[in-house]
Design a protein around this ligand. Structure first.
Ligand code: HEC
Length: 229
């Protein structure tokens, strides 16, 4: 009887293990839903914290990420297969009042695939490998571009302001006019932000009527924009 029980238990546990095991190749495609906000490179933080070395890390515990919600920091959760599965199924239900604007992945199979991919890709040194294998990113899920390497048409030389209009001159010599409400000013002081004195312009709207200029520091904004009619 005891022997039978042991065998039955063994069978049950291997059986459930096989059902939980995800496919990391499929999981990488699921991960495309995360790349706009999360990097796999250590301490490379974007909208959300870097996911490098995630397993066994306390929720809200990455020192270099400064925008965690109180909800996440005080949750007492340690990231592992189970907690990540519950979090990614429904973030708001698992940790109410968190600030990840992501609805969740209801499909258990897709989550298992995603976790199989993430478990490998979040290991130290594996971020690059995961990226080069990818290629499914496409336009919708592209990570933030590196603004240290700009084409001339994306590099800002001058911004003038007259009445309700900004005129932006780029390094290729062209000047575009924007209604003042359609041009945003942003900063990126990080490794992939623009070089000091060489802000970047990124087309934001589908119609080409809106754009964002990214500076290396906030002080640069007032230095750069000249009133001139
Ligand atoms: C729109 C941006 C956005 C998207 C998309 C997004 N996240 Fe997040 N994520 C965040 C933010 C912001 C936080 C921090 C939330 C907080 O502090 O409440 C976060 C937190 C996390 C955490 C907790 C990390 C820690 O250090 O405690 C994990 C794990 C996570 N996200 C995984 C994912 C995965 C996997 C996906 C894709 C399926 C994803 N996220 C999609 C923005 C996003």
């Amino acid at each position: 009887m005891r022997m039978f029980l042991a065998l039955a238990l063994m069978f049950m546990s291997t059986g459930s293990f096989a059902a939980e095991e995800g496919d990391s190749t499929r999981g990488q495609r699921v991960y495309n839903a995360c790349v706009a906000c999360h990097s796999l490179e250590p301490n490379k933080n974007m909208t959300g914290p870097s996911l490098a070395d995630l397993w066994d890390r306390p929720a809200g515990g990455l020192k270099s990420f400064t925008r965690y919600s109180e909800a996440l920091k005080s949750s007492g959760i340690i990231w592992d297969n189970n907690s990540l599965d519950a979090w990614l199924a429904n973030p708001d239900k698992f940790i109410p009042d968190n600030e990840m604007t992501f609805r969740g992945i209801p499909d258990a199979r897709a989550r298992a695939d995603l976790l199989a991919f993430m478990k490998e890709a979040t290991k130290p040194g594996n971020a690059k490998m995961a990226q080069t294998q990818g290629g499914m990113g496409g336009m919708m899920s592209r990570a933030a571009p590196n603004l240290k390497k700009l084409d001339p048409e994306d590099q800002v030389r001058k911004i003038s302001y007259c009445r309700d209009t900004y005129r932006v001159t780029t390094a290729d010599g062209k000047t575009h006019a924007y209604w003042e409400r359609n041009l945003r000013f942003k900063t990126d002081s990080g490794d992939e932000g623009p070089v000091k004195g060489a802000p970047a312009i990124l087309g934001a709207g589908m119609m080409g009527d809106r754009a964002a200029v990214v500076f290396s520091a906030p002080e640069e904004i007032t230095q750069f924009v000249v009133r001139e009619c």
